[in-house]
Ligand binder design. Structure first.
Ligand code: COA
Length: 320
């Protein structure tokens, strides 16, 4: 089996930063409510930037960081639940723009766990020798799927993209990846449906938006993230005390703090940038990793963990 390491990171965000106070001008909310319930102070919202554009911008930074030529990339996976279109995939659009002519490219859908799921596919492919250099991107323009009159959801999400290059390495740095799903709980967090509308059936095609049972999602998140963290450590030489930084899906500061409390870890070990970005779904973990990199030291043992619609969850244990 081949070793795998992370060789490049990048991220991109739309130009427009929308504060809680900005939101309170058109929906019945306040900076105080959003801050105390979520920790979020602002989010980047597209004023025209597309998922492909953000994915390409993040990918270019990661490619340059890894010092690879796009033609060396043999796998591109984009995790997204808000693609610009279903076909061609976001990954194929990125491939075309960056000139990664030797890559196999496709999208996956695993909501906010998408980056972890895509990373697992890429890392497994490198391990077994079917790829050498993989570009994994989380890219979302969720703002187009939000009901901007629904204060329960519109204050939580933002747009952005993050990218990671995984490559074959003599020394293995990706220690373990754990993923899981439970489709029976899928209805607590849903986004868009495409009803059957064909030559036999006529259906109302009015737009549908992201819908969420916030309390159920909160309960799920605060139980599944500690599980993800313990599971990814299982069978490895590492324990909670080995971990220098926990870079978790940036959904809600209360969820992060509750995870720290349940695990009995110092919450200073949690990386947080949700104040600025809100929840960027599949982009959240790679953006956070890119933002965190200046605070990481060579050899640090890091855990990434995500959870989201599906329901889905997953974690990555790696050495920086
Ligand atoms: N501004 C002001 N009031 C709001 C509001 C907003 N943006 N959103 C909801 N409220 C109101 C509700 O209408 C409710 O009012 P009511 O009691 O008069 O009906 C009240 O605030 C309390 O709502 P509640 O649902 O009890 O709040 P909460 O403490 O559970 O916090 C969330 C709500 C959404 C912040 C919380 O449940 C959460 O974080 N859930 C997880 C969401 C998540 O992470 N989703 C993405 C997963 S990938």
């Amino acid at each position: 089996m081949n070793g795998v390491r992370i060789s490049g990171l990048g991220s991109a965000k739309p130009e427009n930063l929308v504060s809680n106070t900005d939101l309170s001008k058109f929906v019945d909310t306040s900076d105080e409510w959003i801050t105390t319930r979520t920790g979020i102070k602002s989010r980047y919202i597209s004023s025209g930037e597309t998922a492909v554009e953000l994915a390409v911008d993040a990918a270019k930074v990661a490619i340059s960081d890894a010092n690879v030529n796009p033609s060396e990339i043999d796998l591109i996976i984009v995790a997204t639940i808000s693609p610009d279109q279903m076909m061609p995939s976001t990954a194929c659009c990125v491939q075309s723009i960056i000139g990664a002519k030797n890559a196999t490219a496709f999208d996956i859908s695993a909501a906010c766990s998408g980056f972890v799921f895509a990373s697992k596919i890429a890392v497994d492919a490198i391990r077994i020798g079917s790829a050498k250099k993989a570009l994994v991107i989380g890219a979302e323009i969720l703002s187009k799927s939000i009901d901007w009159t629904d204060r329960n959801t519109c204050v939580l999400f933002g747009d952005g993209a993050g990218a990671v290059i995984y490559e074959k390495s003599d020394v293995n740095k990706i220690i373990n990846i754990y993923t899981g799903s439970d489709g029976t709980l899928g209805q607590v967090l849903t986004l868009d449906h495409t009803p059957i509308n064909n030559c036999l059936v006529t259906t109302d095609l009015s737009t549908s938006y992201l819908k969420m049972d916030g309390r159920e999602v909160y309960k799920f998140a605060t139980s599944v993230v500690p599980l993800c963290i313990n599971k990814v450590l299982e069978g490895t030489d590492y324990s909670l005390s080995s971990i220098k930084k926990f870079i978790l899906h940036q959904a809600n500061e209360r969820i992060l703090n509750s995870v720290a409390k349940k695990l009995g870890i110092d919450d200073k070990l949690l990386f947080k940038n949700l104040f600025e970005y809100g929840n960027t779904s599949a982009a959240s973990i790679p953006i956070a990793l890119d933002d965190a990199k200046s605070s990481l030291c060579k050899g640090d043992i890091i855990i990434l963990a995500g959870f989201g619609g599906g329901l889905t969850w997953g974690s990555i244990l790696f050495e920086w």
